[in-house]
Design a protein around this ligand. Structure first.
Ligand SMILES: Cc1cc2nc3c(=O)[nH]c(=O)nc-3n(C[C@H](O)[C@H](O)[C@H](O)COP(=O)(O)OP(=O)(O)OC[C@H]3O[C@@H](n4cnc5c(N)ncnc54)[C@H](O)[C@@H]3O)c2cc1C
Length: 284
């Protein structure tokens, strides 16, 4: 399938990309890895008149250690994050999650910024970033700001980004060796997107859970922090009974998605099953 005609500009700086977005408004789109935008253009679901390619901007590509946090450039690929020694050590939930995305070609081209801007309800990054308590740094015509990952996703393919804003980086608090993380995912067998994905980050003292952050993707029209499961884990000694009780709270009060992959009832069931798997995997 062939997309509608468009102009192409390779930006050399973030300021240039923001300037072009401001000038062209809804007619322009940022191009990062192109693995979501180009298929949408081929299907003519998206028909931008101008593509602003940010893949050559070096500032958007690094992973920096800033003391208490890692700052991951928006144009870092899933593969670069999966294999980063810093991420594996200081924010392991991100490395664990990145390794489950698509296949090797997708991981080598797709970017974290592109994935979260696209905000597919079945994408993996949103759950990991919410569980990691990350914040998103953006720059637009009105200047720069940061948005908590918990507030960033606002609906199906919808985010808190303004039209002229570009995602610059993802700020992720580092965790110490007392933290443990896991991502349990029920894969869509062809694309490997998450029919249900559950990310867990817990601080443990032996088998006592000091704090927990549990987040889901795929279950609803957007990824969400599961307050009920997280609070059911925090302050408890984790054993079969307390883990099962916490997992049973999964996705309560959430408007569950139903589609040809999984009905609403099945997704509700999967949320509980995958919460329990993620918690157990994190402990193991
Ligand atoms: C076959 C296949 C399998 C896949 N499997 C998975 C999977 O298992 N899990 C998963 O999570 N994803 C999966 N994906 C999606 C993949 O991860 C995409 O790469 C990702 O969603 C988009 O990233 P991108 O860099 O390609 O963005 P692009 O396609 O270039 O852009 C996507 C959108 O984000 C905007 N954008 C890009 N970068 C920025 C930025 N810095 N600031 C503001 N807006 C920006 C663009 O304008 C566009 O609207 C799959 C895709 C394919 C084709």
């Amino acid at each position: 399938m062939i997309p509608a005609a468009f102009d192409y500009h390779k930006a050399t700086s973030v300021a240039e990309a923001v300037g072009l977005l401001k000038e062209h408004g809804m007619d322009a789109k940022i191009l990062a890895g192109g693995h979501s935008l180009i298929p949408a253009m081929k299907l003519r679901l998206n028909q931008p008149e101008l593509l602003i390619d940010i893949s050559g901007i070096a500032d958007l590509k690094g992973i920096k250690d800033e003391g208490r946090k890692l700052v991951i450039g928006a144009a870092c690929t899933h593969g670069a994050i999966a294999s980063s020694a810093e991420v594996n050590k200081d924010a392991p939930i991100l490395a664990i999650t990145a390794k489950t995305i698509g296949d090797i070609q997708i991981r080598n081209k797709g970017t974290i910024g592109g994935s979260i801007a696209h905000a597919d309800p079945a994408a993996d990054w949103p759950a990991a970033l919410i569980a990691a308590d990350a914040t998103i740094e953006v720059l637009g015509g009105g200047g720069s700001r940061t948005i908590a990952a918990t507030d960033f996703f606002t609906g199906i393919y919808d985010t808190a980004l303004e039209e002229d804003e570009v995602i610059i980086a993802i700020h992720v608090p580092k965790v110490s060796s007392t933290f443990t993380s896991a991502y349990a995912k029920f894969f869509q067998p062809a694309s490997r997107f998450a029919i249900v994905g559950c990310a867990v980050v817990m601080e443990m003292k032996d088998n006592y859970c000091v704090s927990a952050r549990v987040a889901f993707t795929g279950v609803s029209d957007m990824a969400f922090f599961d307050e009920k499961v997280s609070s059911a884990l925090a302050g408890k000694s984790l054993n079969d009974e307390t883990i099962a009780a916490a997992a049973a709270q999964a996705a309560q009060g959430v408007d569950t998605l139903g589609d040809h992959f999984a009905s609403e009832e099945y997704r509700e069931h999967l949320a509980k099953v995958y919460a329990e798997r993620a918690i157990r995997e994190a402990i193991a």
